[in-house]
Design a protein around this ligand. Structure first.
Ligand SMILES: Nc1ncnc2c1ncn2[C@@H]1O[C@H](COP(=O)(O)OP(=O)(O)OP(=O)(O)O)[C@@H](O)[C@H]1O
Length: 201
């Protein structure tokens, strides 16, 4: 499914963070959103994920206007924003099983736990995880469910070198599977390895 941003504008106050912003992400493409701290990358991604509403312009998902409350949107769009949270009383594996079951997902939870390096902590509760492990759980939460659009805010954060290598290969696999990927990043290596284009804020 494609993602199309048309003439988008947003500001928290009278001064817009961005305006007149347009770009497309076709199925199988990845677009990186880059820019300095405070440029508005997370805000833009929040607008794409339905957590904020643009002041002007449009976001089309598969040609339809973004409607974050629709079942179609929630099935199509998997996102990891900068305010990811977890149920404190569900273990890692229970989180992923819950998401997989809510989405009638065909994905193998145990295989994903191995892939993201969380198998050893599968029975731990989120507050007992390291910050990098919690971030891996956030990423795994996107990969355990069906998706045709993936919105990731600084997916590289808190990952060690092998985690970053895994992330690069995982995002390339997402593209190969036809997912439209948009991600904000400060990791030039990740951007160069994965992105077809960049949007500079
Ligand atoms: N809820 C909010 N209310 C008011 N201003 C906000 C709010 N959220 C973010 N901002 C401001 O909007 C600007 C853009 O923030 P945003 O988090 O989108 O930047 P960013 O490009 O993702 O930065 P970074 O690279 O540091 O993650 C910043 O100046 C920030 O202070």
């Amino acid at each position: 499914m494609s993602l199309a941003v048309g003439d988008a504008g947003f500001g928290y106050g009278p001064v817009p963070l961005f305006s007149g912003l347009s770009f497309n992400v076709a199925p199988g493409e990845a677009v990186a959103v880059v820019g300095a701290n405070g440029a508005g990358k997370s805000t833009l991604l929040r607008c794409l994920a339905g957590a904020e509403v643009l002041d002007s312009g449009s976001v089309l998902i598969g040609g339809a206007s973004l409607d974050e409350s629709s079942a179609a949107f929630r099935t199509a769009v998997a996102s990891l924003l900068d305010d990811a949270d977890h149920f404190p009383d569900l273990s890692v594996v229970e989180h992923l099983r819950l998401l997989a079951s809510l989405h009638s997902s065909p994905f193998d939870v145990l295989a994903l736990l191995e892939e993201v390096g969380l198998a050893a902590v599968a029975d731990q509760l989120p507050p007992t995880l390291s910050s990098g492990q919690r971030h891996r759980l956030g990423l795994a939460s996107c990969f355990v469910r069906p998706r045709s659009v993936l919105v990731l805010d600084e997916p590289e954060q808190r990952l060690d070198a092998s985690g970053r290598a895994w992330l690069r290969s995982r995002l390339l696999a997402e593209k190969a599977a036809g997912v439209a990927v948009v991600f904000a990043s400060h990791d030039q290596e990740l951007v160069e390895a994965v992105a077809c284009r960049t949007v500079v804020l």
